[in-house]
Design a protein around this ligand. Structure first.
Ligand SMILES: [Zn+2]
Length: 198
């Protein structure tokens, strides 16, 4: 790695195990089955201590092909930006060879509602649809900072041509968050929550 290179490493073993398990099942062809697959990846991440309790995947809307997957690796990569959604979108763009996914209609399937940063990444990505499970409130309930957001974020994405589906399978998504907490997972906020310390 050169001094001017940014690298975000996904846990390979985890992806391999997940892909192997996925191959035993029918190919997910709808929002719900894709979300179930992503929640399974998040559960595997917790079981293997391989990252935060968040996973995401990008699927092509026309063929149903799985383009990319990612889990949250903020702690292991020493990078606050290493959220699952941001990495799944970036990997999809690099795979397709374009900074926008607009020419290859895709859906981003995420275990949770996007944080402030990922909402921005979604808006710039060229993705056509977002599917998510647990809500921002669910994520904040276990102690994560999701950042400032406008109440109209769904409408704002819709106005950009991005369809938003969720919360879907919310109870399953919340269980993943609870499992992380029970597993003594790290709550990796930049600073303690609450009013800024002056
Ligand atoms: Zn995020």
């Amino acid at each position: 790695m050169t001094a001017n290179e940014i690298r975000l490493i996904q846990p390979d073993r985890l992806a391999d195990e997940w892909l192997k398990a996925q191959k035993q099942r029918p190919k997910p062809t709808d929002d719900q089955s894709r979300l179930q697959a992503v929640l399974a990846l998040a559960a595997l991440t917790i079981a293997h201590d391989s990252g935060g309790p968040f996973a995401a995947a990008v699927y092509a809307l026309d063929t149903g092909e799985l383009i990319s997957t990612a889990v949250n690796t903020v702690v292991s990569n020493h990078c606050a930006a290493a959220h699952a959604e941001l990495q799944a979108l970036s990997l999809a763009q690099q795979k397709i060879g374009n900074y926008t996914l607009i020419d290859r209609p895709c859906v981003l399937v995420s275990s949770s509602e996007p944080c402030t940063m990922c909402l921005g990444a979604i808006a710039w990505s060229g993705i056509q649809q977002l599917v998510f499970s647990s809500t921002r409130e669910d994520v904040e309930q276990i102690g994560f900072d999701e950042g400032p957001i406008t109440r109209e974020w769904r409408q704002q994405l819709t106005e950009r041509g991005i369809r938003v589906s969720g919360p879907m399978l919310r109870e399953e998504g919340r269980q993943i968050l609870r499992d992380y907490l029970n597993h003594q997972g790290v709550i990796y906020n930049a600073r303690p929550l609450g009013p800024a310390q002056i």
